[in-house]
Design a protein around this ligand. Structure first.
Ligand code: AMP
Ligand code: MG
Length: 402
């Protein structure tokens, strides 16, 4: 059986980075930059005031109580106006350009204003309260690199740089096929013991939050003909994800289909728990990941293999779930034969990060994923851990989704 790392490496070697496209900044959230960005401008574009106050010459104000003549009033957006001469101060608003001659701004709170004069109640330091031209971004500076996730701050920076359009990687089209004779669609008039295809919903959601465009192929019955007929609709997809039908059962057909002409099976079986029966190969010429059907296995295998693949296709830099070390709140036991991805609740406790398992850990217990925000990753060979041991956690939920 392959290790998680080796299996992921093989999958990542078989999925391509997609070409790029231009999008407007309004539509750029959650996309990945397909170009390096070198600034052609200085941000801020000129020296300007960080405060509402008075721009003055520090040489004039070596002690408190000096009174200066107000030479001009500079609202934000004003031209710099006349230079500030000896004995003068310009009344200035936050963001307004610093007039020539001035080398500091004294906050309004530190002054006493009269009609045409101002008395300075605090000795200013040179450059105080001045935001200098290019202090955020200098012209010619490499500010963002390919593969950067476009979040609010990055999008704001691009706007400041006067770039209304940005080159991003295309989103992968990801086909999803559920399988199983016992599986029915939500809303279908179904027998009592039928299982609702919750995996269809979790997978479509996971694909969306990973930046892919999901394309749903429905539920195939456990017959090769039905599987193949539905998969034929996925030829244009960048990735196919199936759920179920990859175990050892008589009706588990995914591997058989991958072994047929025109398709391929690269590997089957991963050393992990849950998620052991995973198949990877190609179907209709498209890279295909056959996820196990148990809902927790489906999600866990998605996070370990499908998520990195979808992110790689978008040129993302970081493909893996963020890892943190946390202190175990209670003892853990494991058979130790495979790494175990135990669903956990990670939280702060004073200065510490602590984690506790969500409860029953069966691979069909989807509530363990719903309650949890991380996997506690128990390595192979670890059979028990006492409370207060430090464990590695992979965080899958931080309270918001894109
Ligand atoms: P399988 O891998 O096909 O043997 O399925 C393993 C378990 O997962 C069985 O109990 C299935 O009923 C369940 N299962 C398979 N597909 C789905 C699905 N789409 N939604 C919810 N449960 C599923
Ligand atoms: Mg099945």
């Amino acid at each position: 059986m392959l290790s998680v790392e080796k299996a992921r490496e093989i999958i990542l070697s078989k999925v391509p980075e997609l070409p790029s496209e231009q999008v407007s900044l309004e539509n750029a959230l959650g996309r990945y930059l397909a170009q390096d960005i070198i600034s052609s401008l200085a941000i801020p574009p000129c020296d300007n005031s960080a405060m509402d106050g008075y721009a003055l010459r520090t040489d004039d104000v070596k002690t408190i109580g000096i009174t200066l003549k107000i030479s001009s009033i500079l609202p934000a957006g004003a031209e710099p106006g006349n230079p500030v001469a000896k004995g003068q101060a310009a009344k200035i608003m936050t963001g307004a350009p610093i007039p020539q001659g001035a080398d500091a701004v004294v906050r309004r709170e530190d002054t006493t204003e009269e009609e045409r004069t101002v008395t300075i109640n605090k000795v200013p330091k040179k450059n105080e309260n001045i935001r200098f031209k290019g202090e955020d971004i200098a012209p010619g500076q490499l500010i963002l690199t390919r593969g950067t996730l476009l979040g609010p701050a990055v999008i704001g920076m691009l706007a400041s740089l006067r770039r209304p359009m940005v080159q991003v990687s295309q989103r992968p089209l990801v086909a999803v096929l559920a399988t199983g004779d016992e599986i029915v669609e939500l809303g279908e008039d179904a027998p009592k013991n039928a299982i609702i295809s919750s995996n269809s919903y979790t997978l479509l959601s996971l694909i969306k939050i990973t930046g892919g465009i999901p394309c749903y192929l429905g539920i195939a019955r456990d017959r090769k003909e039905d599987l193949k007929a539905r998969l034929a609709c996925a030829k244009k997809a960048d990735l196919i994800i199936t759920s179920g039908g990859v175990s050892m059962g008589d009706y588990d057909m995914i591997r058989e289909v991958m072994n047929e002409d025109g398709n391929s099976l690269a590997f089957w079986g991963i050393e992990m728990k849950p998620g052991k029966p995973l198949a990877f190969g190609s179907l209709c010429g498209v890279p295909a990941i056959g996820l196990p059907g148990n809902p927790v296995s489906t999600m866990t295998s998605f996070y370990q293999f499908a998520r990195p693949a979808i992110l790689k296709m978008q040129g993302a830099k970081e493909l893996l779930l963020p890892r943190v070390r946390a202190r175990l709140k209670e003892a853990l036991k494991n058979s130790g034969d495979r790494p175990h991805y135990i669903r956990g609740i990670l939280e702060r406790s004073g200065d510490d990060l602590v984690v506790s398992p969500t409860g029953p850990q069966g691979s069909g217990i989807l509530s363990s994923m719903a309650k949890g925000n991380c996997y506690i990753v128990l390595p192979k060979g670890t059979t028990s851990l006492p409370p207060n041991s430090f464990v590695e956690c992979e965080v899958f939920h931080i309270g918001c989704f894109l």
